[in-house]
Design a protein around this ligand. Structure first.
Ligand code: DI6
Ligand code: FE
Length: 406
């Protein structure tokens, strides 16, 4: 039986940022079904192609759909009160040490049902989609019991089923020490390794395992045990590392072949070298840096020099980055971290996909054979996306070949 012909769609005269670079001449993009079929200069476009395709749009800047590779989108409650305390001079660490911070969100998240968490996450995901996101990673980490961590991951999976977006999940059981284990961090790590990771793996709920390696969270040795368990279950790993101090978590994660080390403000030269050796991606999170008014800058020049790919994400979460706007991160990455607009955009497309281990399928690129996840923007140049912070510039968002916005 002949296969049903796939619809072919044509965008013409676009300024194309392909995930790594901006092409020098006006381009045409042809999508067949859910894949990019051809990417060609306008002067190579045949009248036969034009006739065979549905006309989808003309002009504008086209980028890959944005990849937000680090979020904590599912959570209960609000931390506006802590925001006020911090403005009065109480530090993020001090709040965490007195049982607020992440643990305050843990209480609210445990108290919420799966359906409630789904409903409160909806508008957050809507905000990301309206700003061009087609792939989003969502972490657990505010449950800290087996049942509550799995509940969070199920909510993330349900969001992926209900919305036109690709959701990738990470189990972040080792995010904070829950009150039940106050004096027994190793006991809690046992629970993560012996129960949480196996259950999440068996139920297909986690695409990766993450940890928070920090003085206010878990030690390098404890995180190492989590990674060993992840490995046994065939799950890739990533780490929150070197955010508030330099413990060497990124280098340890690199030894486990980590997909990424995230935050890394305090990463040193040996950490950069370890990441380069392992092929790990550096995930920069300027939203958290901005919100916590940090002063230690991530070693962007050293990462660039070493050729470590730099991804960029919102870190959307109730404490350190209550910022649900990926294009704002393009701006903050340039103004705070000195990335170029080109690097910032690559960080939210090609390198964001790499931080999730999805670059093999050319996710985050506009090349032949890549998934047809695209954004068409009402701007004159790709740099404008980083230059101005201005909602409403997204003309079309295309997910798996279908236009879902505009
Ligand atoms: N680092 C962060 O910035 C987030 N988690 C982490 O490990 C903060 C999470 C929160 O404050 O709720
Ligand atoms: Fe985070």
């Amino acid at each position: 039986m002949p296969a049903t012909p796939q619809p072919r769609r044509l965008w013409r005269d676009v300024t194309l940022f392909d995930g790594l670079d901006t092409l020098p001449q006006p381009m045409a993009v042809i999508v067949a079904g859910d894949r990019i079929e051809r990417v060609l200069p306008m002067d190579a476009l045949d009248p036969a192609d034009t006739a065979a395709c549905e006309a989808m749009g003309r002009g504008g800047v086209m980028t890959p759909g944005l990849v937000d590779c680090h979020t904590h989108l599912v959570f209960g409650g609000s931390r506006a009160d802590e925001f006020e305390s911090r403005l009065e001079g109480v530090s993020y660490e001090a709040i965490a040490r007195r049982g607020g911070g992440i643990l305050s969100t843990v209480r609210a998240t445990r108290a919420a049902s799966e359906d409630e968490l789904f409903e409160i996450a909806r508008p957050r995901l809507d905000a990301l989609l309206a700003d061009g996101v087609t792939t989003v990673e969502i972490k657990s980490g505010y449950g800290l019991t087996v049942a509550d961590e799995l509940k969070m991951l199920r909510v993330a999976r349900r969001l992926g089923d209900a919305f036109p977006v690709r959701v990738v999940t990470s189990l972040l059981g080792a995010h904070a020490l829950p009150p039940e284990y106050r004096d027994d961090a190793d006991g809690y790590i046992d629970l993560v390794c012996r129960e949480m990771i196996p259950a999440a793996a068996e139920q297909g709920l986690a695409d990766a395992v993450d940890v928070f390696c920090e003085k206010i969270a878990f030690s390098v040795a404890q995180c190492e045990r989590v990674f060993e368990a992840a490995k046994v279950h065939g799950l890739p790993i990533k780490a929150h590392a070197e955010q508030l101090s330099n413990l060497g978590g990124a280098a340890m994660a690199a030894r486990f072949g980590a997909l990424s080390a995230d935050h890394i403000e305090y990463l040193d030269e040996s950490g950069v070298a370890a990441m380069r050796e392992a092929g790990s991606t550096a995930v920069l999170l300027p939203g958290a840096f901005h919100t916590l008014r940090e002063t230690q800058l991530p070693p962007v020049a050293a990462l660039r020099e070493a050729g470590v790919p730099m991804a960029l994400a919102t870190d959307a979460n109730p404490g350190s980055s209550p910022l649900f706007m990926p294009t704002l991160m393009l701006n903050l990455a340039c103004t705070l971290f000195h990335l170029t607009p080109r690097e910032a955009l690559a960080g939210m497309t090609a390198h964001g996909a790499r931080a999730l281990g999805l670059h093999d399928r050319s996710l985050g690129r506009i090349v032949e054979g890549a998934p047809a996840d695209l954004c068409l923007w009402n701007v004159d140049s790709p740099a404008e996306l980083a230059y101005a912070v201005q909602p409403g510039r997204l003309r079309q968002r295309i997910f798996q070949g279908d236009t879902t916005h505009g």
